[in-house]
Design a protein around this ligand. Structure first.
Ligand code: AHG
Ligand code: MN
Ligand code: MN
Length: 336
């Protein structure tokens, strides 16, 4: 790999990897990259919004007061709509999916599902947030409007998935099923550069990430697993360390690089957990598996679950292979 590869170059160089390569998926990834830059720009101004708003000054779009998760939704939606690569889009921010219903879009072969701004409650306190996206080939006939079934495909049908993490630097990480690559944004130049080629998660990690404030609501298997993580055992490097940001993308990105497990289990407060199968769990699971890790609902592989509704929630166990397997052992052993 030559040095200083930009994301644009990388996408073109790897286009041949797609069995149905026609350039559409490459163009779609480029559109996501563009919208990601716009969202990155807005997030960078987040702390200024109130100051500007308080003085009564609006930005050119008059959008200073807009909530950033809705703004991110609109930036991605309008950028993807203004190009011809997708026939429809579903977003965490919208009850129903969007049909891009004109000639160009009806002929497109892909649909996108996304969480435009993940971890949005963290934005006011300068903590990392992200964007998550998932791409499927439509199953309805090309030339017709997309239908709900195009969006309710199992995760194992994804053709691409990725995320942007807007952190101390901004990084775009994605997979098209041939491994995972990360590209760090250089704000001076305005380009993403390949910084993390062929990312692999350590098979065994020592970080566990879970909102332990919900402990009393957790299933027994998760409680036992957490206690196991906290036990002292030199041979397995325990006790593990606990890290929880509360932004899935940021927690996931750290665990991907360092090795770890992220758990958002079911509980009596949220019977199916909190995370959304289509916008969060499937794309993150695809990336984790492509990096050598695992993702399940505690029993079943996330990407084999058959979605029933757009905003469906599922318990989520994701990370280093050995850690997820251990948590699954506890879940199998304690069934309440
Ligand atoms: P979103 O901002 O898209 O609604 O997602 C928030 C999610 C996820 O990012 C995070 O891991 C989780 O909520 C945190 O939930 P708790 O505050 O319940 O731990
Ligand atoms: Mn989210
Ligand atoms: Mn969100």
């Amino acid at each position: 790999m030559k040095r200083h590869t930009t994301l644009g170059e990388f996408i073109i160089e790897n286009q041949k990897d797609f069995p149905y390569a026609s350039g559409e998926l490459s163009a779609l990834l480029s559109s996501i990259r563009l919208a990601g830059k716009m969202v990155n720009q807005e997030i960078g101004k987040a702390g200024l919004v109130n100051i500007i708003g308080a003085s009564g000054i609006e930005n050119v779009q008059g959008e200073t007061q807009q909530k950033l998760d809705l703004l991110a939704h609109e930036l991605f939606t309008s950028t993807l709509r203004s190009r011809g690569e997708i026939a429809g889009l579903a977003s965490e921010e919208m009850e129903d999916f969007l049909v891009f219903n004109d000639d160009i879009h009806r002929r497109a072969r892909y649909v996108v599902l996304m969480d435009p701004l993940d971890g949005s409650s963290n934005i006011d306190v300068n903590i990392s947030v992200g964007t998550i996206f998932s791409v499927y080939r439509r199953i309805s006939p090309v030339g017709t409007p997309v239908t709900l079934q195009d969006f309710l495909q199992p995760g194992n049908q994804q053709v691409a998935a990725g995320y942007l993490a807007y952190g101390s630097s901004t990084i775009l990480v994605y997979t098209t099923g041939n491994g995972v690559n990360g590209f760090t944004f250089d704000p001076g130049i305005g380009s993403f550069f390949l910084s993390h080629p062929d990312m692999k998660v350590p098979e065994e990690g020592n970080i566990y990430s879970v909102n332990e404030g919900n402990y009393v609501h957790f299933p027994t298997g998760v409680k036992k697993y957490i206690k196991w993580c906290q036990d002292v055992d030199e041979s397995t490097n325990r006790p593990f360390t606990s890290r929880y940001i509360g932004s899935l993308v940021a927690d996931f990105h750290r665990n991907l690089l360092k090795g770890g497990i992220y758990i958002y289990p079911q509980g009596t407060k949220l019977p199916e957990g909190k995370l959304r199968l289509l916008y969060e769990c499937n794309p993150i699971a695809f990336i984790m598996e492509q990096a050598g890790g695992k993702a399940s609902d505690g029993h079943t592989r996330i990407m084999d679950l058959a979605p029933e509704a757009l905003h469906q929630r599922v318990p989520f166990f994701c990370g280093s292979k050995k850690m997820v397997e251990k948590a699954e052992d506890f879940m199998a052993q304690f069934t309440n």
